[in-house]
Design a protein around this ligand. Sequence first.
Ligand SMILES: [Cu+2]
Length: 147
Amino acid sequence: MRAWILVPFVLGACSDTPDPVVPSTGCEGAYDVFSPGITAETDRGSFTLELVSATPDPPDVGDNDWVIAISDGSQMLQGASVILEPWMPAHGHGLNPPTYIATPGSSPGEYVIPTFDLIMPGVWEFRINVNRVMVSDNAVFTFCAEG
Ligand SMILES: [Cu+2]
C-alpha cells in the first residue's frame, strides 16, 4: 500500500529534475549551406524568398545583417510585412527580442532585416513570415552558426 502512495511523489520529483543532457551547440542534423542568393519557398507556395546578402557570410554567432528579396512568382513583392524569428530547435529558444521586422530595401521587393544577435553556436531556424494584403505565408532558412 505504501509503495503505491509513493509512486506519484517519485514521478513528480523526476519531472522537476533538470535534464542532464546538454543540448548540442555543434553543426548536426539537417541545415542549409549558406551562399548568397540561396532561396526558400514559403510553405503554401505563395512567395519565394532570396537571401540576397548576409553579413557575416556565412551567418554566425554575433550580429547579423540580412537583405532578403521576395517575389510572388510573377513579380517582386512590394509593400509586404516581413518578420524574422530566429529559433534554435535543439534548445527550444529564440532571441531577445524574439522578432525582427524588416524595412523596405533599396530596390523593389527587397527587405532589410534589422541587426539580430545570434547568442550561441549551433543550428538555427530563421523563420520568416511574409504578409501581403490577405496572404500570410511562412518560409524557413536553416543554418549552422559555427561560432
Ligand atoms: Cu541554444
